[in-house]
Every structure is written in structure tokens, then in C-alpha cells.
Design a protein around this ligand. Structure first.
Ligand code: PGA
Length: 251
């Protein structure tokens, strides 16, 4: 059975008090038997508070939004995977399009980060996705294959088991424009196919592939009901507890 996941990527938003209110509100409004895994990905500074608030809660996990490509040493401002894994943090997001674009993260850097994460036993939420012009030019399958084959899909089979793929079409991130359920399903099925070609049926059938890009209460149910979509990586809507709860309940 593939894990169903709803992850909230807060990006660089909120302050200490807002972040505590957000988590408390979400925890207070969750049904006892909610089904998906919930992952909170706050900025570094709030991670420890969120860990404390979520202590002993079943099926709730905490993720870092990034980690350094380096192990340790003279890298002012960086946070290593080793530091992250010394807290109760189980996941790290790597390859987000905002980091690729705004911080020039190349495949080489992403591969270093993936290795750091895996060596420190973190689960990786690895993002991929095409631009609007890639889509309009019919190149989106190729672009996504390239992004994956040169990074997470170059790992040894044994290392791939802790990878979650997030399909995040760049044209849908933070724009209010969402991929239709059919568009998302088409790409998720493609991703599952290339995982199968590389690692075989068993691994491809158990890899969670989640959708990100203006996922919100109004469209979550339809998106999550698609065969190859195992949840969402939610940006804007994860900052509002009512929206985030509605998305969780969309399963
Ligand atoms: P969005 O962001 O939901 O605000 O579009 C998703 C993401 O970037 O992870």
C-alpha cells in the first residue's frame, strides 16, 4: 500500500506565534481517524517548536525545507542533514523549483543534497515539474524524465526506498492555476512508469507520488482521487488551518 501524504510547505512565511497557532489549530481540528500522513515543513527556525507541538501525535511528521549539500565545516548560514536528523525530523524537501531557479541549484548540487539526506536517514520529498513553455511545446514528459533520471533515479535501488516524488508544474505553483486532475494524473502515471523501468514493479507500486501547485480545498478531492496521485505538497493553502484541514479531509 502506498502512503497517502498531505505535506504543508510553509516556505518563508509566518512568525513564531503564527506558526504555533497554525499547528495548534490544525491539531485541534483533526479527526481521530484522519487517514493520510501529515507532514509539516516549516522554516528552520520553527522546526523545533513544531516538533514539540506534534510530539506523540500519530501519523504526523516534520520536514525541513532544504539541507546543505555539504557535510559540515566552514559554510556560514548552511544547515546540514546531520544537524537536521539530530532532531525529530523525518523528511527533507529537495529540488523545489524555487530553489532551482532562485538559488541556482543544479542537478550536481541536488545530488549532493540527496546523498547527504540519505546518509543521514532522512526521507526525501523530491520535486520535479515543467515550465509553461515546456508544456506548451509538448516537452513535459522529457523534461520530467531528465530531472528524475539525472537525480533520484540514478540512485541504487536500495537507496530509492526513502524517496517521495512531488510533481509540481512550475506554472501552477503559487499562481492559483491548478493542473486539471487529468493533466496531473497523466504526469504521475509517466513518473510511475519511469520508476518501474528503472527499479521494477514492486518499487514503482510502493512509491508515493504527490501533487503540488495551487492545490486547495476546491480541487483536492478530484486530484487525490486519481489512480497515481498519493497526496499533495501544499504551499499557500497550508498556511490557513481551515484550508489545510479541508485538504486533509479530501482523502
Ligand atoms: P502552492 O505551492 O500550493 O502555493 O502552489 C506548492 C509548492 O510550491 O510546494
Amino acid at each position: 500500500m502506498r502512503k497517502k501524504i498531505v505535506a504543508g510547505n510553509w516556505k518563508m512565511n509566518l512568525n513564531k506565534n503564527d506558526s504555533e497557532d497554525l499547528v495548534n489549530n490544525i491539531l485541534n481540528h483533526l479527526d481521530d481517524n484522519f487517514s493520510p500522513q501529515i507532514i509539516f515543513a516549516p522554516p528552520y527556525l520553527f522546526l523545533n517548536n513544531v516538533i514539540e507541538l506534534c510530539k506523540n501525535k500519530n501519523n504526523i511528521f516534520v520536514s525541513s525545507q532544504d539541507c546543505s549539500a555539504y557535510t559540515d565545516g566552514a559554510f556560514t548560514g548552511e544547515v546540514s542533514a546531520k544537524m537536521i536528523s539530530s532532531y525529530d525530523i523525518s523528511h527533507v524537501i529537495i529540488g523545489h523549483s524555487e530553489r532551482r531557479k532562485n538559488f541556482n541549484e543544479t542537478n550536481d548540487i541536488l545530488n549532493q543534497k540527496i546523498n547527504q539526506a540519505i546518509n543521514n536517514h532522512l526521507n526525501v520529498i523530491f520535486c520535479c515539474g515543467e515550465t509553461l513553455s515546456d508544456r506548451n511545446n509538448g516537452l513535459y514528459f522529457d523534461v520530467i524524465s531528465d530531472q528524475l533520471l539525472s537525480t533520484v533515479l540514478s540512485l541504487d535501488k536500495s537507496k530509492f526506498s526513502n524517496i517521495i516524488i512531488a510533481y509540481e508544474p512550475i506554472w501552477a505553483i503559487g499562481t492559483g492555476v491548478t493542473a486539471t486532475a487529468d493533466q496531473a494524473q497523466e504526469v504521475h502515471a509517466h513518473i510511475r512508469r519511469i520508476i518501474k523501468d528503472k527499479y521494477g514493479d514492486a518499487i514503482s507500486n510502493k512509491t508515493s507520488i504527490i501533487y503540488g501547485g495551487s492545490c486547495k480545498p476546491a480541487n483536492a478531492k478530484e486530484i487525490f482521487s486519481q489512480d497515481d496521485i498519493d497526496g499533495g505538497l501544499i504551499g499557500g493553502a497550508s498556511l490557513n488551518y481551515k484550508d489545510f484541514i479541508s485538504i486533509i479531509k479530501a482523502f
